[in-house]
Design a protein around this ligand. Structure first.
Ligand code: C2E
Ligand code: CA
Ligand code: CA
Length: 616
């Protein structure tokens, strides 16, 4: 689709053509009056006025922002007709006057014809469908005229006219291809040949202006391929590029004629519906369109000898007349796309305000959390763990955050945000530091606190200085058995990571005396073969299984299985979220080793924990 500048340029050419026709045209009328050609000259001039009026109407009619693509194409077609007719009229007057050599009118006719050709080959050079036929209709009659003179100089002039025509066509065509190339370089993506981000941003700005005036409703679709980086990293950039080309061709084919497609960069594409017909305004149709698009993208690709599969996360957003600017629009469709990623990818999410509110809340929490960590506003609470005989075994350190404005914010809310933003590194090291310090203080007071479990996020574990940080803490709090009593709880998400690296880090920490526990066991994707290789000593059955005890037979079986896996691997087993006597009894019957939950105690402050469990 052509840009606004292109059309406005042609719109201005209408006025120039009208001026260049009506003013010199008067000279022809005058010459006609002097040399007895009044009637034909007047008739010709009347036609000129009529076509000029038509041109004027076209000029006024053009309003880029109010016209959809169909209207633009139709307007441009009519503009071409206007150009053809106005130049044909010049050929008509040429044919009328060129025969009047006795009055020397043929000089004027010949000059005007050449002049008009030059005008066509310079001003109208941006469309070859306009300048080529016009040049032919101008110059061929001239060459014919010279030929028909039948004298030697007539033949020479005829040949010269043809050469001149070829030169004009050649020059115009060269300029035309240069313009085309510049246009494509500026607006196209080199790899896929689709429109690029720059074009897209201009397009969307123009579209927004139009939508403001026409109140049309347009949908935009942001498509981000899932795990494309993995393909790039594992198979190389050439294969990655080929795949991108194939995907872009497929989207193009799927959305042809009804949408504008651009590649925003990397593996991100954007589609905008250009057909604003009533039936396309429907939200459900837009959603189904996106689902079908996703199906199309999911079909296998043959790249070289590789059969590749890829899915996409698609965000959909309705541009309504109230949309402010392209930035907020892109932000919204981005939010929807990210939500699709968060929901596990390979899906379509429609933007709505509640999503935006949620994101804003996250942003606020993120900023507050950043401050809270900086100002040491987070607390560590301790939840005791017990043996089957209800003797205390130790505790789990749990982060708590009490915000002055929002009150207490649950870890289930702020931990995922910290994970997403990377704040988990600082948060985790703060909690770890506090917990080590507490343990040290208890030791100094001569209290034996038993084991201390600390939740460690996978990001934290993989952080380059994690092992050094832990060792530094062990030096800062030099109690001989501190490391023997520290347990790091990690979740099954480690199985999605580079296991060699994870195992290496865990072994280095194990050498410092730290033990490991797998938290929320049974909810993720543990691989039993890796379980053997990991230096873990404990499994924690996720509390969701305990919760369903007595209600769901599958969950009971799951617990039995986990307990027997733990026994086979020689690991101790902790049941967390134990809330009732029945749950406790069931677990004792099945020889679970350790217990944690509201049945005994919730997470409490350091001093409460001391008073209740340590100082007696
Ligand atoms: P988690 O590691 O599975 O922690 C156990 C959660 O279960 C805690 O929630 C605890 O308060 C709760 N809980 C304990 N007993 C019961 C019970 O009988 N019934 C029920 N319904 N819940 C019980 P909390 O403290 O809200 O923590 C939620 C999650 O946040 C934790 O789950 C952990 O994944 C994460 N988290 C908390 N503190 C930290 C931390 O310092 N670092 C990291 N990385 N994550 C943390
Ligand atoms: Ca835990
Ligand atoms: Ca857990």
């Amino acid at each position: 689709m052509k840009q606004q500048k292109y059309y406005t340029f042609f719109q201005q050419q209408i006025l120039i053509m009208i001026a260049l026709s009506l003013i010199p045209g008067l000279v022809y009328v005058f010459a006609g009056w002097v040399f007895g050609m009044m009637i034909p000259a007047l008739i010709w001039y009347c036609f000129m006025i009529i076509i000029s009026l038509y041109g004027w109407k076209l000029y006024k009619e053009f309003q880029f922002h109010k016209m959809d693509e169909e209207a633009l194409v139709s307007w441009y077609d009519r503009l071409k007709v206007f150009m053809y007719i106005i130049f044909t009229l010049w050929t008509v007057i040429f044919l009328l006057y060129v025969g009047k050599s006795e009055d020397n009118l043929h000089y004027i006719a010949i000059f005007t014809q050449i002049g008009a050709s030059v005008v066509a080959s310079t001003l109208l050079v941006s469309d070859k469908k306009i300048f080529v036929p016009i040049l032919l209709t101008m110059m061929l009659p001239l060459a014919g005229y010279f030929f028909l003179i039948g004298t030697w100089y007539g033949y020479i002039l005829s040949v010269f006219s043809l050469i001149f025509l070829i030169v004009l066509l050649y020059a115009a065509y060269n300029t035309y291809t240069l313009l085309q190339r510049n246009y494509f370089q500026a607006n196209q993506d080199a790899l896929t040949g689709l429109f690029n981000r720059r074009y897209f941003l201009e397009y969307i700005d123009a579209l927004l202006e139009r939508v403001h005036m026409t109140e049309e409703i347009v949908y935009i679709f942001l498509i981000d391929l899932d795990y494309f980086k993995t393909i790039n990293d594992s198979l190389g950039h050439d294969i990655g590029d080929e795949l991108l080309i194939s995907v872009s061709k497929r989207i193009e084919l799927f959305s042809q004629n009804t949408h504008v497609l651009a590649r925003l960069g990397g593996d991100e594409f954007i589609l905008i519906s250009k057909d604003m017909k009533e039936q396309n305004r429907n939200k459900e149709l837009a959603y189904n369109f996106a689902l079908r698009l996703l199906d199309t993208i999911r079909e296998p690709y043959m790249v070289g000898q590789h059969q590749l599969y890829i899915s996409a996360s698609i965000g959909v957003h309705k541009i309504n007349p109230k949309a402010k600017d392209s930035t907020s629009l892109l932000k919204n469709v981005d939010i929807a796309m990210y939500e699709a990623k968060t929901k596990g990818r390979d899906t379509v999410i429609m933007f709505d305000e509640s999503l935006s509110v949620e994101i804003n809340e996250h942003l606020i929490i993120e900023q507050k959390l950043y401050k809270a960590i900086k100002e040491n506003k987070l607390d560590v609470y301790y939840q005791p763990q017990f043996y089957g005989n209800k003797e205390i075994r130790g505790c789990e350190a749990l982060a708590r955050w009490n915000d002055t404005e929002f009150g207490s914010i649950a870890p289930d809310v702020f931990i995922p945000i910290a994970e997403k933003t990377g704040l988990i590194i600082e948060l985790g090291s703060y909690i770890m530091n506090e917990t080590f310090k507490t343990f040290y203080e208890w030791k100094l007071k001569g209290i034996s606190s038993g084991h201390l479990s600390i939740n460690i996020s996978i990001k934290q574990l993989l952080h380059h200085s994690f092992v050094e940080d832990v060792n530094a803490l062990l030096q800062t709090y030099p109690v001989h058995d501190i490391s023997q009593n520290i347990i790091f709880e990690i979740t099954e998400s480690i199985f999605a990571r580079d296991m060699h690296k994870v195992i290496e880090i865990m072994n280095r920490l194990k050498n410092s005396g730290i033990s490991f526990s797998i938290d929320d066991f049974g909810t993720g994707y543990s691989s039993l073969s890796y379980l053997k290789e990991l230096p873990v000593s404990e499994l924690k059955v996720d509390k969701s299984f305990i919760e369903h005890l007595g209600k769901n037979e599958n969950d009971e079986n799951m617990i039995k299985t986990i307990i027997s896996i733990a026994k086979n691997f020689g690991l101790s087993i902790v049941a967390e979220g134990v809330e009732t006597q029945e749950q406790f009894d069931f677990l004792v019957d099945h020889e679970c080793d350790l217990y944690q939950g509201y049945y005994f105690e919730k997470a409490i402050t350091k001093s409460e924990f001391e008073d209740k469990y340590l100082l007696h």
